[in-house]
Design a protein around this ligand. Structure first.
Ligand code: SF4
Length: 124
């Protein structure tokens, strides 16, 4: 029979194990991240309409494309300024900042979810 004390102790042990696991997961080596670059000729790239040079996007086929949109300005791009490529979180591959695909989400204020202040329950 499990006593209340044993149950509480087991909760603590489980939590400690989870914290340790999380800490290990966060210290994954950089090699765990994708290092391969997405190439235009790959099937997934073709399906997504990916082009390394955004100015070469077929504007008839991809009417969504607007001049000036690039991976560097995409909400899903994780790259530092000046780097040759960065991680695309949609493709989970490295892409060039000058690229573009149909998933492009410009980094604009309306793409960022903002928490709204709760409405006042009573008005005076
Ligand atoms: S999702 Fe964004 S960063 Fe990824 S390839 Fe498409 S445009 Fe580039």
């Amino acid at each position: 029979m499990q006593t209340r004390r044993k149950f509480i102790v087991s909760l603590g042990t489980g939590t400690a194990a989870m914290v340790t696991t999380t800490a290990i997961a966060d210290e994954r080596p950089a090699t765990a991240r994708p290092t391969t670059k997405l190439v235009e000729t790959e099937r997934s790239a073709i399906l997504m309409g990916y082009k390394e040079d955004a100015t070469k996007v077929d504007r008839k086929k991809y009417a969504k494309y607007q001049l000036g949109q690039t991976c560097a300005g995409c909400f899903l791009y994780n790259g530092k300024k000046g780097e040759a490529d960065g991680l695309c979180t949609a493709m989970y591959r490295r892409v060039v900042p000058t690229g573009w695909c149909i998933v492009n989400r410009p980094r604009k204020p309306w793409n960022v979810v903002k928490l709204q202040a709760p409405r006042a329950m009573f008005s005076c």
